[in-house]
Design a binder for this molecule. Structure first.
Ligand code: CAO
Length: 424
């Protein structure tokens, strides 16, 4: 006759029996899970330290142990471990948390019937893909039950228990990590799978600098949070170009667009707003500041030119030049990049016919400029050559309706087509 003994748990640790996984008459193997204990810090499964047939159980749910206590009496068994499990009268019938993996169809059905994406449905989709591995994991019935309830594939979970055994807290941690990494926005975006590209050929690794990392993060946040639409338009800037060319000091098209944009923000105040934190109201701004995307050797920076409505085009040009220079030298302060009403991204000096700029939250709109080109335009019964500037206005559709965006864009067209309207 031998005994099953609670392992030592360390000083001052007391654990409560929350589940008994064996019954009198069961034939058990060494390391087979027998009890589930829960302490303040963790849940552990107690493996049998002996093989044999349970002759007497001296434990019940709710008992508290500190380690070293006897909880079952055993008699020796000659049966092989596999036969012992097979012959056990209670193994499969009495316990809902059997070691059998969940059939893939059952998990797939659970995924399909869930109408709202949740942590478990997102995780379940990978469960279906990798299910054939789940019977190879080292975890007890209670952990398997928990994993099934949460839709976690245990094959994806790293066990931190004895001999890599998966414990309940490993499953909870796995879910927590997935929640933080993959679905931080609450819309249930699964992570892109990590691929070892070296299997396809030689590769080298290039770290992202701080600016590019910050841009990557900001773009991800923007794209996940803002339902955006881009409104395209074209403006005839032939007259503006003629005026520009007459000036002694050359001013690029960008400061003119900034001035016209500032007037549009005054005309359409919702474009100069931000959604409040609860998403149920707008913060209306009474200043007019425009952030301009500047291409620098280290990456994209967006200095903000302030109070544009109070400045003339020469002042705007000077301030933009100064800030763009500071950006290229890496000397912009954080304050220089804060407080924009709206952003402007000009790729016109490079090329392109149109693009979809990404709204820079908490702003609700961004204007993209592509390269102005001479085009045949139908006027008074004939085609005439006109210099046409493509506009791409992206906006947050939670705040701005399509019709409002089209009107904003048309107003901008009117101001740039005839800058005298800016004086009215
Ligand atoms: N169509 C045709 N030509 C244009 C134009 C347009 N839309 N916009 C500018 N140009 C011309 C300018 O007039 C200038 O020509 P000239 O020297 O003959 O006058 C030339 O292109 C170069 O302009 P620029 O781009 O150097 O200067 P800018 O004032 O037009 O723009 C700035 C300033 C800071 C916007 C620009 O330097 C820059 O960094 N652009 C890139 C912004 C960017 O990366 N955006 C993407 C962000 S999202 O990834």
């Amino acid at each position: 006759m031998t005994q099953l003994i609670i392992p030592e748990m360390g000083s001052n640790t007391q654990a409560e029996v929350i589940e008994i996984l064996i019954a009198e008459g069961d034939q058990i193997d060494v390391d087979q899970s027998t009890l589930v204990l829960e302490s303040e810090k963790s849940t552990i499964e107690v493996p049998a330290n002996q093989a044999g047939i349970i002759t007497q159980l001296v434990v019940k749910v709710g008992d508290k142990f500190t380690g070293g206590e006897v909880y079952a009496e055993l008699s020796a068994s000659s049966a092989s471990p596999k036969e012992a499990v097979k012959n056990s009268p209670k193994e499969s019938s009495s316990k809902p948390e059997s070691r059998q993996p969940e059939p893939p169809q059952q998990i797939a059905a659970a995924v399909q019937t869930a109408s709202v994406p949740s942590a478990s449905t997102v995780i379940s989709s990978s469960t279906v893909l990798a299910n054939k591995k789940s019977d190879e994991v080292y975890a007890g019935p209670a952990v398997r039950l928990l994993a099934r309830e949460l839709g976690v594939n245990l094959a994806d979970v790293q066990g931190r228990g004895l001999k890599g055994r998966i414990q309940k807290e490993d499953v909870h941690n796995f879910v927590k990590q997935r929640m933080q990494g993959g679905i931080a926005s609450g819309v249930g975006i699964p992570q892109v799978a990590e691929i070892d590209f070296s299997q396809f050929g030689s590769v080298r690794h290039e770290p992202l600098n701080n600016i590019k990392r910050a841009t990557a993060k900001a773009m991800t946040i923007a794209n996940l949070n803002v339902p955006q639409v881009t409104q395209f338009d074209e403006v005839d800037i032939t007259d503006l170009e003629a005026f520009r060319q007459q000036q002694e000091t050359k001013t690029s098209i960008v400061p003119f667009v900034m001035k016209a944009l500032a007037q549009c923000l005054l005309d359409y105040p919702r474009f100069n707003s931000s959604l409040n934190a609860q998403g149920d109201g707008l913060v209306m701004k009474e200043y007019v500041n425009i952030g301009v995307a500047v291409d620098t050797p280290k990456g994209l920076l967006v200095p903000v030119v302030r109070n544009i409505n109070q400045k003339n085009i020469t002042q705007i040009r000077q301030e933009l030049q100064d800030k763009a220079e500071l950006a290229r030298q890496g000397k912009l302060s954080l304050v220089d990049m804060q407080g924009g009403s709206m952003s402007l991204s000009s790729l016109g000096g490079i090329g392109g016919t149109a693009f979809t700029p990404i709204v820079n939250p908490p702003e609700v709109a961004i204007l993209g400029l592509s390269k102005a080109r001479m085009q045949p335009v139908w006027q008074n019964g004939a085609f005439v050559p006109r210099l046409m500037l493509p506009l791409s206005l992206s906006y947050d559709h939670r705040v701005i309706d399509g019709a409002e965006a089209a009107r904003f864009s048309q107003t901008l067209v009117r101001y740039l087509q005839d800058v005298r309207y800016l004086l009215m």
